[in-house]
Ligand binder design. Structure first.
Ligand SMILES: [Ca+2]
Ligand SMILES: [Ca+2]
Ligand SMILES: [Ca+2]
Ligand SMILES: [Ca+2]
Length: 226
């Protein structure tokens, strides 16, 4: 009899574990992130070639992003601006924000960098080419999404460095400044508008961004009209 009771107890315990596991995966919170290449350029770092045969250097610097667990690399963002001296940085001139949803709440943002110092035919081939995207040698990478910035607001600027890129007899280091923001997925007011319920114990229901989605939220937290 005791043996039967023990078996029954184990079956109950197993069912409970399965239920709890399923419940926790259903409740796994996801977020939407927006990542921006803010600016980029040559930095003197470990010894960039800061000269140019035609005025100041012409740094073309690119970045791309992904979230750590299962994301694929974003499109390219970057700056292509001539006559920018070392340790000066040009704002983004190409590519748009990387925006992606369904990112696990606990994930990280990763960055890769590419760059070269553009030269026309007068100066031979381009200097200090990285030859493609690669992992930063120093600076920020693998930034934990929810601890690097508060909900809704942009983070401070992060800086990430790709170093020792070499071509045409020159070695260059490149720096990218970037920032990001995040919000919870599943705008709760959409569901209440369609007859659903609103629970302030659910993170995605209790946080909406001023001036964002939905746009009717104003600074006081009031909901205007319908
Ligand atoms: Ca050069
Ligand atoms: Ca130049
Ligand atoms: Ca040049
Ligand atoms: Ca050259």
């Amino acid at each position: 009899m005791l043996k039967v009771y023990n078996s029954f107890r184990w079956v109950c315990l197993s069912i409970l574990i399965v239920l709890l596991t399923g419940l926790s995966s259903m409740m796994a919170q996801t977020v939407t992130i927006t990542v921006q290449h803010w600016s980029g350029g040559l930095y003197s770092g470990s010894g960039s070639d800061c000269g140019d045969c035609n005025g100041a250097p012409d740094p073309y610097v690119y970045s791309r992003y992904k979230y750590g667990s299962t994301g694929t690399w974003s499109g390219t963002q970057g700056n292509e601006v001539d006559e920018v001296n070392c340790d000066n940085y040009a704002g983004r001139t190409t590519g748009g924000d990387y925006v992606v949803s369904n990112v696990p709440y606990t994930d990280v943002i990763q960055i890769q960098i590419d760059g070269y110092e553009s030269d026309g035919f007068v100066c031979g081939s381009t200097d200090g080419s990285c030859g493609g995207f690669g992992t930063p040698n120093s600076g920020s990478n693998n930034v934990i999404i929810t601890s690097g910035a508060g909900i809704c607001n942009y983070s401070s600027l992060y800086s990430s460095n790709r170093e020792n890129c070499n071509s045409d007899g020159s070695t260059n280091d490149y720096r990218v400044f970037w920032r990001y923001r995040w919000v919870y997925d599943a705008a709760s007011l959409n569901s209440i508008n369609s007859g659903g319920s609103l629970s302030f114990s659910v993170a995605s229901d209790a946080n909406v961004c001023e001036g964002a989605d939905p746009s009717i939220i104003i600074g006081s937290g009031s909901v205007l009209g319908s």
